[in-house]
Design a protein around this ligand. Structure first.
Ligand code: ZN
Ligand code: MN
Length: 472
């Protein structure tokens, strides 16, 4: 699996042009990213650090000495006539990424290399039969490439997808890539081959391109496995080729047939000084690597008793995970806090297009609400109302409950009075109960809750209704 990730730096890899998506073509270019004569590149330090941090998070060994090479080829989207890349010594090599298996265990996917290069421009068809145009805004954007090892560990479309899910989460955790597959900032190219069961040798591989969602990665790999298998079963042979993925028809098609390995005439770029890192440089970067999503998810399952699903939802985003841990740290049942976050809070944030930290609700609000409910001071139903108000105003749930007199009624004699009133007002229904229709009990509970605007302790009302009905 080859994954290319555009790095979230402010400027391009070797010049000061800004990095952004879209916009008017050819407005973020200069003599360096266009490769004009005499223009000299200067490496972007932030990009180098991002790749080193990713390599460390993927448990790679770091090449303390490395350099940039030129990969020479001609294509209109490559204004210099070569791509600056790392051919000989990638910043990171020999690492791995663990992915979760459906049975709760994990599988190790070995990583061959993590290196730094630059992106190309974009060719586009101009409207109204106006031919082809070229946009160099993307040319020279820092690009990280992560390649899995050979022989391969990924054995199915599902594993291909899971690998990408985990890798994307790590990139987001590290803040090195925005992970937007639909905008092309994260691009994935699986190389797929099949072989007869039990055979040692690998079959001829095909490379898949144009996969711009997790789903298309999963379906695309699955499709290639099936296509190649039926080809071989029918006595045919698989050609080594690059195939595109047609999202609408859910099938792959031939893009180009590979006749032989291209000769890119790699050589070390004479305009760029080689890199030499010290162990201290690397250890300083290693110290900035946070706990990774899968480790965190497993810890939540182990320490907080959360389900794999809940833990996965919370840890899929570093901000969510930190919010959750802060709330748990303040106090309260982790499962109740998790539910509050992943249900009501998440829906409210989505409706407003906010992230948790940008809302008026803090971890303290959530911990406060959850303990109000746990202590029986308000019902879960009132809790929803109170939380919605906290979300709007930023007031603490305890304060809202105090001001609005919303606290739960758990006073035995007060509730008994309410229930007696309800029974008195609904004589015919009481008669039905006495006649054997036990199902009407829920009606009385509902009426008593209504009479107290939902503030009555529901378990107490249930019990008192039963007692009162039996005593009539
Ligand atoms: Zn530039
Ligand atoms: Mn590449």
């Amino acid at each position: 699996m080859e994954v290319h990730a555009e790095l979230s730096t402010k400027s391009k890899m070797f010049c000061r042009c800004p990095v952004a998506f879209g916009g008017e073509p050819n407005t973020r270019i200069c003599e360096v990213c266009l490769g004009l004569p005499g223009a000299l590149p200067v490496p972007n330090r932030a990009a180098v650090e991002m790749v080193l941090r990713t390599a460390l998070a993927l448990r790679c060994e770091i090449s303390l000495e490395s350099a940039f090479q030129r990969k020479n080829y001609f294509y209109p989207d490559l204004p210099k006539g070569y791509q600056i890349s790392q051919y000989q010594a990638p910043f990171g090599h020999s690492g791995y990424l663990d992915i979760p298996r459906p049975d709760g265990s994990t599988k190790r996917i070995r990583i061959r290399r993590v290196h730094l290069e630059e992106d190309t421009g974009k060719l586009m068809h101009l409207p109204g039969g106006g031919g082809s145009g070229i946009d160099y805004n993307r040319a020279g954007v820092p690009l990280m490439e992560v390649v899995t090892d050979f022989p391969p560990d990924i054995e199915s479309g599902d594993e291909a997808k899971e690998y990408l899910v985990q890798l994307r989460q790590i990139l987001l955790y590290l803040g090195v890539c925005d992970g937007k597959m639909e905008e092309g900032s994260l691009r994935c190219e699986p190389n797929v081959s099949v072989r007869p069961a039990g055979s040692e040798a690998f079959g001829t591989k095909t490379e898949l391109k144009n996969l711009n969602s997790f789903r298309s990665v999963q379906l695309g790999a699955k499709y290639e496995i099936e296509r190649q298998s039926s080809l071989l079963d029918g006595g045919g042979t698989v050609r080594q080729e690059t195939r595109g993925w047609n999202e609408a028809r859910e099938e792959s098609y031939v893009m180009r047939v590979k006749e032989s390995e291209n000769d890119y005439r790699y050589f070390t770029d004479p305009d760029l000084a080689p890199f030499r890192f010290t162990d201290a440089d690397i250890e300083a970067l290693r110290a900035t690597i946070p706990e990774l999503p899968l480790e965190r998810s497993l810890r939540y399952q182990r320490d907080f008793g959360l389900s794999a699903y809940d833990a996965g939802v919370l840890t899929s985003d570093a901000e969510w995970a930190e919010f959750f841990e802060e709330a748990v740290g303040i106090g309260g049942d982790p499962k109740a806090i998790c539910n509050q976050l992943t249900q009501d809070f998440s829906a409210m944030l989505k409706a407003e297009g906010l992230s948790p930290r940008r809302s008026k609700v803090s971890p303290a609000h959530v911990a406060d609400l959850v303990s109000l409910i746990a202590e029986g001071r308000i019902s879960g139903k009132i809790g929803k109302e109170v939380f919605a108000q906290s979300f709007q105003s930023g007031a603490l749930p305890t304060d809202i409950v105090g001001e609005r007199g919303l606290s739960q009624i758990s006073d035995e004699s007060e509730l008994r009075g309410v229930v007696r009133n309800v029974l008195e007002e609904n004589g015919p229904t009481v008669a039905k109960f006495k006649g054997g229709n036990l199902g009407v009990k829920g009606f009385f509970v509902g009426q008593a809750m209504k009479a107290t605007q939902g503030r009555a302790n529901p378990e107490m009302v249930q019990r008192i209704v039963t007692e009162e009905l039996e005593s009539i």
